[in-house]
Design a protein around this ligand. Structure first.
Ligand code: NAP
Length: 285
């Protein structure tokens, strides 16, 4: 039988994921702190709950897609009393290593089955169901969560024991932040040197250094299109998580700290809710 699903958090990522869970024919109840974001989901056939506890009542799988560890713990504390005995909690927000370990410990304490499942991909992939899910947890839970993970993603990579998915997510986001910082620097540099930034794309076109992501973000910067796919505020959070994980594992976090500084400058100059590409404004500052 198809699992009944509850999804808590309808931000940039959660909204798209919710639509795809419905499109897969699964019964879905949703909750969001700001209730206005739930209206389109009600129209699409989801049950909109007034509280996290109401949303998880009767659910077989509970998905969290919230901002950070504090918000996940806060919301799941509110939901706790209504969680069923056989529920599986699929945690998809980016919480880093320590955050995920803390949240998994709370799940264990409460006897709730837990799958760590951060995702790769931004707003577009969340909306079209093509996220890559970096899942980790007990093998026995895979079948129970598969209908949900298949609905939100094009691929699920099972990584290992709980927490390893979130560690891999840090590895991937270290790359994303480094590349975006590099693109912003190259565009700003081209402009500062009196060159058309398109020449940068022309120069790397088709070579080993080229990537769809580079063309996408360079074009967005040049067009001044900073509509959030992944906002600068989220990038700053993740740069902090990556730097902390690097330090704790004996690596020098200097590069990530430099990127963190750039992201902070973008926020301080009023670009926090814009796309990560707005780190360009820091390179120009
Ligand atoms: P977002 O648009 O900022 O949405 C954040 C969500 O968390 C909203 O539903 C927000 O509610 C809720 N929230 C924040 N603080 C809360 C609190 N204290 N109590 C209750 N709810 C709270 O962020 P997003 O881009 O969807 O990202 C969500 C998570 O996915 C983050 O961990 C992010 O790092 C990760 N992620 C993002 C992307 C991306 O490209 N955007 C990609 C992969 C992973 P309100 O609507 O009321 O503010």
């Amino acid at each position: 039988m198809s699992p009944r699903v509850a999804l808590l958090g309808l931000g940039t990522m959660g909204a798209g994921m919710a639509h795809n869970i419905l499109a897969a024919g699964l019964e879905l109840s949703v909750w969001n702190r700001s209730p206005d974001k739930a209206a389109p989901l009600a129209e699409a056939g989801a049950t909109v709950a007034a509280t996290p506890a109401e949303a998880v009542e009767g659910a077989d799988v509970v998905v969290t897609m919230l901002f950070d560890t504090a918000s996940v713990l806060e919301v799941m504390t509110q939901a706790a009393a209504s969680l069923g005995d056989d529920v599986v909690w699929v945690q998809t927000s980016t919480l880093g290593a320590d955050g995920t370990d803390a949240v998994a410990a709370v799940a264990t304490e409460r006897g709730v089955a837990f799958v760590d499942a951060p995702v790769l991909g931004t707003k577009g992939p969340a909306e079209n169901g093509s996220l890559v899910v970096l899942a980790s947890g007990e093998e026995s839970l895979r079948e129970r969560v598969a209908p949900v993970l298949d609905a939100i993603g094009s691929r699920t990579l099972w990584v290992g024991p709980v927490g390893s998915g979130s560690r891999l997510k840090l590895v991937c986001n270290a790359w994303v932040l480094t590349v975006v910082g590099g693109i912003a620097q190259s565009v700003a540099m081209a402009e500062a040197l009196g060159l058309d930034p398109q020449l940068f794309l022309d120069a790397i076109d088709g070579g080993a250094m080229d990537a769809p992501y580079v063309a996408m973000k360079t074009k967005a910067i040049v067009a001044g299109d900073f509509a959030p796919q992944f906002a600068v505020e989220g990038g700053l959070k993740d740069a902090g998580l990556i730097a902390d994980a690097a330090r704790q594992s004996g690596l020098d976090p200097r590069l990530m700290e430099a990127l963190r500084h750039e992201l902070q400058v973008a926020i301080d100059t009023g670009h926090g809710d814009e796309d990560l590409a707005a780190v360009y404004h820091a390179a120009k500052a």
